[in-house]
Design a protein around this ligand. Structure first.
Ligand SMILES: Nc1ncnc2c1ncn2[C@@H]1O[C@H](COP(=O)(O)OP(=O)(O)O)[C@@H](O)[C@H]1O
Ligand SMILES: [Mg+2]
Length: 499
């Protein structure tokens, strides 16, 4: 259906005159020849002089007779600015390098225009192609295995659908063998303890593990024996001075697994013998007691809470790492923990997996392993400047060499160093009204999104723009509502069952 005509502009900035009776919106996809355009701005156009328009408006407002324009739809119009998104040549998507025909008419895109989109290997479903606010029945899938190891960033303001998107992605990944996913869930919203969630997937029983400090039936207890901690697990997560850090390493080198207990028990004399200042020891002891929720009773380390323990549970980190390596999805309910504890635990597990994968790489065994994804909320907590050199930083920098990637969720991309942002090679951009945030995202995207500021600002709940080195162009999508996906999954299972 013809919605307009090209009346001017230049490469990357075409002017389309809207046909009267048609409505073109920001974000709409239009097609002309074999090129798909995307509208990024709208303005009025008129053949009349400004003064004439003002005079006529005055007459209409003040009640003078018949001032209606002859052929108004010809004189006044809406003009849309559009940029070429993709050029389809013999079924293959290319970056457009030419202008569509001058004065050519443009149509709205149809499902068939996307015949070139094919099913990638190890696919990960994200949503459906969206033209403005209209959804087309064209699924958007990326090569998930590649995308995951090159990190996925999900930036948006609160309430735009980040969590919903992660649920939709997890649902799709549950049965897939090419990835293991660790979900650190500070809102306990993914498993679906009390509502619909990942647990409702028909493969969940075999493929999903749920760890919680107070697990429901079928879940596992989230408890960590403090002997599993290593000094480097604290790096970039707990504020520690160099002197304190050195003290930890001194004890670790002497006492190995028992280093933490040894520090907590240490007397000033003992520390002095290892070259550690009394005040350093005292402050460190207090910090460690606080971080790990333990206290000293008659020279013994006693847990105060239920998460960090001194006896038993010494295999949890390995169990989780095994499950991930087995392509399972592991959800950690960290909703009852302080941020520090959450990150300590997440960091320990991540560190274990990362080290194993480094080893596999050395041994040349990486190809037989699933890619590991780590879902982390409020990512700037660990990726921001303050984070220093924690394991998440290391993964963001070099994880892709070892097939370990982050799925980083954030409201504040601007707090993540540019170098790391640029390393996140797939960005699923949801709505954001903050200009500084949009600029940080646009400045580090895989495609040129310099014209997409308004487009991103106007994204509604569940509407997104996928910019990835694994897509030929920045694909506008509508993400399904998770509840609908679950419902659809149920119907399908029923059909299979009876069919
Ligand atoms: N894809 C979507 N389609 C329709 N509505 C959505 C979609 N995603 C989210 N919503 C709505 O927006 C609300 C907030 O979504 P949520 O995923 O919790 O946002 P965020 O995690 O970004 O704060 C949801 O409760 C839901 O009602
Ligand atoms: Mg959320």
């Amino acid at each position: 259906m013809v919605v307009g005509q090209i009346i001017g502009g230049e490469y990357g900035e075409l002017l389309v005159r809207q046909k009267s009776g048609q409505i073109i919106e920001i974000g709409d996809l239009l097609s002309i020849d074999d090129i798909i355009l995307q509208v990024y701005d709208l303005a009025y156009g008129s053949l009349l002089e400004d003064t004439d328009i003002a005079r006529m408006s005055g007459m209409q407002l003040e009640g003078y007779d018949d001032t209606s324009l002859m052929e108004e739809e010809i004189r006044n119009y809406v003009s849309a600015k559009a940029k070429p998104l993709v050029h389809v040549k013999k079924g293959v998507a290319k970056i457009p390098k030419r202008l569509p025909g001058f004065f050519g008419t443009v149509d709205r895109v149809k499902k068939d225009d996307f015949y070139f989109m094919e099913e990638p290997e190890n696919s990960l479903y994200l949503g459906k192609v969206r033209s403005g606010s209209m959804v087309l029945d064209v699924p958007v899938k990326i090569n998930g295995k590649e995308a995951l190891s090159h990190h996925i960033l999900i930036p948006a303001t609160t309430g735009r659908g980040k969590s919903n998107l992660v649920k939709v992605m997890l649902w799709d990944m549950v049965p897939k063998e090419w990835c293991g996913v660790l979900v650190i869930d500070p809102h306990d919203e993914y498993f679906g303890r009390n509502e619909i969630g990942i647990k409702d997937h028909h493969d969940a029983r075999d493929k999903v593990l749920y760890y919680s400090p107070n697990p429901p039936k079928g879940g596992y207890s989230l408890r960590i024996n403090i002997s599993l901690l290593r000094p480097w697990n604290l790096r970039g997560i707990i504020d520690i001075t160099d002197a304190q850090s050195q003290a930890m390493y001194v004890y670790y080198n002497i006492y190995h697994d028992n280093w933490l207990k040894a520090i907590l028990r240490a007397e000033a004399e003992d520390a002095k013998a290892h070259g550690i200042h009394e005040t350093t020891l005292n402050v460190l002891q207090r910090k460690l007691q606080l971080s790990f929720d333990v206290r000293m009773v008659n020279g013994e380390v006693v847990p105060r809470g239920s998460i960090f323990v001194t006896q038993g549970s010494d295999n949890m980190v390995n169990e989780i790492a095994d499950a991930l390596e087995d392509g399972k999805k592991v959800i950690l309910d960290t909703s009852s923990m302080s941020g520090d504890k959450e990150l300590l635990i997440a960091g320990m597990i991540t560190d274990r997996v990362f080290n194993r994968y480094k080893k596999y790489k050395e041994l040349g065994e990486l190809d037989s392993k699933p890619t590991i994804g780590i879902v982390i909320e409020e990512a700037p907590r660990v990726l921001g400047e303050r984070g220093g050199r924690n394991v998440f930083h290391s993964i963001a920098r070099e994880g892709r060499k070892f097939r370990v990637g982050l799925i980083a969720i954030t409201q504040l991309s601007s707090m993540i160093p540019r170098e790391i942002l640029a390393n996140m090679n797939t960005k699923i951009i949801l709505g954001n009204e903050m200009k500084s945030e949009r600029e940080a995202i646009i400045g580090s995207a895989a495609q040129d999104l310099s014209k997409d500021g308004k487009n991103i600002a106007s994204l509604d709940k569940g509407e997104a723009l996928v910019s990835s080195i694994f897509t030929k162009f920045a694909v506008p999508i509508k993400i399904d509502l998770f509840d609908d996906v679950v419902e659809g999954g149920r119907k399908k299972t029923k059909l299979e069952f009876f069919g």
